[in-house]
Design a protein around this ligand. Structure first.
Ligand code: SF4
Ligand code: SF4
Length: 192
């Protein structure tokens, strides 16, 4: 697990331990509706059965419990959901085992949408977005691997090919036109 996730999760833990009493002012009655707006299902229909936590590969390993996150969403506890949404692997196991047909994976994605709009963006997301603009993929291509490919008589990784510049330009135009660059804070990377 990266430092960002560790910080986010330990931050959540501290908050829960130290602030056991939840003040009414922390509850957002419109939060469930907002989650639906960004593609999540109605969290208010969750039965709190815990199946999602039981099958979640992340919940089994770290202090991230899918059922609890859905409960926080029901209560409208925005801040309690801030740090956890980024560790979901979107494997959809929770969806397969949910008797209420909620899709926690898409709730987590909706939470990420909300977080980004609130400016809560972990640095690794910005790095991935920057890589997308620079290389056309979220992971920086490995020059060493490209070297080995050449030694083996294989072509360049597409990113290193001169023809790929046109594709990168198209990616930049799309990112700029959709205002994704502004949303994620990478305007300086996008040259249009
Ligand atoms: S499996 Fe579905 S109904 Fe059960 S706690 Fe998880 S989201 Fe709620
Ligand atoms: S989609 Fe996310 S919350 Fe659901 S089981 Fe996979 S890792 Fe857990």
């Amino acid at each position: 697990m990266g430092e960002v996730e560790k910080t986010f999760i330990s931050g959540l833990k501290e908050e829960l331990v130290e602030e056991k009493v939840i003040d009414e002012s922390q509850l957002d009655p419109n939060f469930a509706k907002e989650i639906k707006k960004y593609g999540g299902k109605d969290v208010m229909t969750c039965l709190q059965c815990g199946n999602c936590t039981g099958v979640c590969p992340i919940s089994l390993k770290i202090d991230y419990k899918t059922r609890s996150i859905i409960k926080y969403c029901q209560f409208g506890l925005r801040t309690y959901t801030l740090g956890t949404r980024w560790v979901c692997a979107t494997c959809y196991r929770c969806y397969e085992h949910c008797p209420a047909d909620i899709n926690p994976a898409e709730v987590m994605i909706a939470l990420r949408h909300i977080a980004v709009r609130e400016g809560v963006i972990p640095p690794f997301i910005k790095v991935a977005a920057t890589n997308l603009v620079r290389y056309g993929q979220s992971v920086k291509p490995d020059e060493e691997i490209n070297k080995i490919r050449k030694e083996l008589g294989l072509g360049d990784i597409h990113t290193f090919s001169p023809d790929f510049k046109k594709v990168l330009r198209e990616i930049s135009v799309l990112i700029h036109a959709s205002k994704y660059d502004k949303l994620i804070g990478i305007e300086d990377e996008v040259m249009v």
